[in-house]
Write a protein that binds this ligand. Structure first.
Ligand code: SF4
Length: 367
């Protein structure tokens, strides 16, 4: 089975027409339901829902506290390589951008890990550009061997792998996989992914499923908001998450809402995803997937992150660097995108505590 079969049925659903027919009263009916279906999700993403966001936010807050309490898990990315063989039009690491590429040695990874760990962070997300040549599974395993000494949870955001490769990394100590589909729209996917193995839409779409099959504890998916109509993207991403959740009961499925940030190359997003739309996306996801984690990264401003906190967020990065060697090296790499919230781990922790939230540094130990 593959989500692709469901995608093919969903992609021709007249989403716009349906959404235009939704009234505020219809959305209020959705707010009374215990379990939501596909039409309910569309109602929450509709223009009518935009007009009663406050009411939806109350429900989202209630559900978030019910399932997660007032806790926020903190994690941070750690970039070990910016080599990439793909040309994605929206990313600084694209093979077409000329800059001095970096890949960390074992000694450099050790220092980088120590520096990040000293901030208090215990959950780490290991990132590379996508290049099997430069960062093969053997290199990733070497990285994990070092990171295991410092962190209780290690997730990866690297080039999509085969199931057996995920199994190998799981055995080495990786417990989570993050992979973004970027855009679910198969018709335009190749326009953004001009060159490289990432052009294979289906292989990427099936990646979360292969990670689940390999036994990963957590899998995080997302769409890069700004590449296509955000209502459709969030609808399809939520359906994808629901499919994974009901198929792989042993894996925790969470979602992210990354918006396009400035990069080298001056990519202009096709669709403007204003703050109020981002809020609507988060509320719809919280109501449709009440038990799913939702990540809000440092792509967003401190003010917006603080404002969105009670509405559904469960995971945040803090003091993040999107450069290779960004935590410890004087000679850092090029950043993948510009971050917006530059508060360090302590500052984020204090801001959370001031708002009555408990920052969680560790909820998992790999034995
Ligand atoms: S988005 Fe990923 S695959 Fe595409 S250029 Fe950037 S690092 Fe490479």
């Amino acid at each position: 089975m593959s989500f692709y079969l469901i995608y093919k049925q969903l992609k021709d659903v007249p989403i716009e027409t349906y959404m235009q027919s939704v009234s505020e009263a219809d959305v209020r009916v959705v707010l009374t339901k215990q379990e939501l279906n596909q039409e309910d999700l569309l109602a929450l993403l509709s223009p009518a829902a935009e007009r009663i966001l406050e009411e939806i936010a109350e429900q989202a807050h209630r559900l978030t506290v019910q399932h997660f309490g007032k806790t926020i898990q903190l994690f941070n990315p750690l970039y070990v390589s910016d080599y990439c063989v793909n040309h994605c039009t929206y990313c600084s690491f694209s093979v077409t951008n000329e800059f001095e590429r970096k890949i960390l040695t074992e000694e450099e990874i050790e220092v980088e890990a120590q520096t990040l760990r000293a901030t208090g962070i215990e959950h780490v997300l290991l990132l590379t550009g996508e290049s099997k040549q430069h960062t093969p599974v053997s290199y990733l395993k070497d990285c994990v061997k070092i990171l295991r000494k410092y962190f209780s949870s290690i997730a990866i955001e690297v080039n999509p792998l085969d199931t057996e490769e995920y199994e190998e990394l799981f055995a080495a100590g990786v417990d989570g996989v993050t992979v973004y589909q970027e855009t679910y729209n198969e018709d335009i996917y190749k326009q953004y992914h001009v060159k490289g193995p990432k052009r294979n839409y289906l292989y990427r779409l099936d990646t979360p499923e292969r990670a689940c099959e390999a036994g990963m504890r957590s899998v995080n998916i997302g769409a890069l908001l700004g590449l296509d109509d955000w209502r459709k993207e969030v609808f399809l991403m939520a359906m994808h998450a629901q499919y994974l959740q009901t198929t792989y009961l042993g894996t925790e499925i969470s979602v992210s809402l990354p918006r396009i940030r400035p990069t080298i190359g001056d990519f202009i997003p096709t669709t403007a995803v204003y703050d109020r739309y981002l809020v609507q996306c988060m509320l719809a996801l919280r109501l449709f997937l009440p038990r799913s984690g939702i990540t809000l990264s440092t792509r967003e401003s401190p003010e917006l992150r603080d404002h969105l906190l009670p509405l559904g967020v469960t995971k945040m990065s803090a003091g993040a660097s999107t450069e290779v060697g960004g935590y410890s090296q004087d000679d850092k790499g090029t950043n993948q995108f510009e971050i917006s919230d530059e508060r360090n781990v302590n500052e984020i922790s204090e801001a959370l505590i001031r708002k009555g939230y408990q920052p969680i540094y560790k909820d998992w130990v790999h034995l």
